[in-house]
Design a protein around this ligand. Sequence first.
Ligand code: 13P
Length: 334
Amino acid sequence: MTTILPTERPTLAETARQLTGGGRGILAADESIRTMSARLAAEGIEASETTRRDYRELLLTPKGLAESVSGIILCDETFGQRLADGRPFPAASRELGVLPGIKVDTGTSPLPGGDGALITEGLDGLGGRLASYAERGAAFAKWRAVFDVRTITTYSARANGHALARYAALCQRHGLVPVVEPEVLADGGHDLESSAYATRLALGWVFEELDQAGVDLAGIVLKPNFVTPGLRAAPAAAAEVAAATFEVLCDTVPAGVPGIAFLSGGHPTADVCAYLTDLSRAVTSRGRPWQVTFSFGRALVSGPLRTWAGEPSNTAAAQERLVANCAKAARATR
Ligand code: 13P
């Protein structure tokens, strides 16, 4: 393996642009052990360290993946595992042309005084963990704050924005690009306006707190939700989602942010690709400076997981399906 000397290391700004530009996006494969195990079980696959590893190897190794995928987000378990050929996941990922990232928050708990809102945990000891991930090859990290339109308040937006800012500042100190993810959940029957209100509140406080923490915006990636009605409400047209999302972004996201990579939030693959197509057009035609792309999880991997079903004989078909989903999402950014 070639050693990267400190002076040869790309800057945070270069990595942030690489992750979100060139018509490529990020594959989110960082489900916690518990979530991943539940998703495997739901497909009739016995959940174990081995099956979780096999599945993540399937996701990382399809031929041609790097044509549409710039980075992959892993969880701690996968980050420490090896491919069948013995290569550690982060090293193999770099060799395949896909930057390895690591999810570093430790999940949510009720926010004290937050009337049902959640706060994301994981700041204790974070510096030491970031140093270790950086040394083992991580290029970027991810921290997800979670909001529900029914419980978001200024207090919960500010508290989570503050945690995101402390995480982001610490990442940059350790040479990792922070993916800053304030997610307004799409679960529920709410309307588009409620999603717009909550997303605006969340993003507003995130950027206020990033500013206070002295985070270099050129070296972050923003990972927001699309502004949509809830998954149990009547869906909105892609043009409507893109227009609402664009308006909120214009009001809250500074021009210094190089790239915005959207989560899929449980929406179908075709829908999020349509949102991204329309939004990319708006950003380009209206002269906004950001690169917009995807950092989808379920919209890319749910189909392939079903196709795989834990059977080695299905691996090639599952990988083909994954590459097709990633290519479709990548086309939506171009
Ligand atoms: P989804 O695209 O499935 O919403 O997941 C993306 C993600 O990384 C959530 O943290």
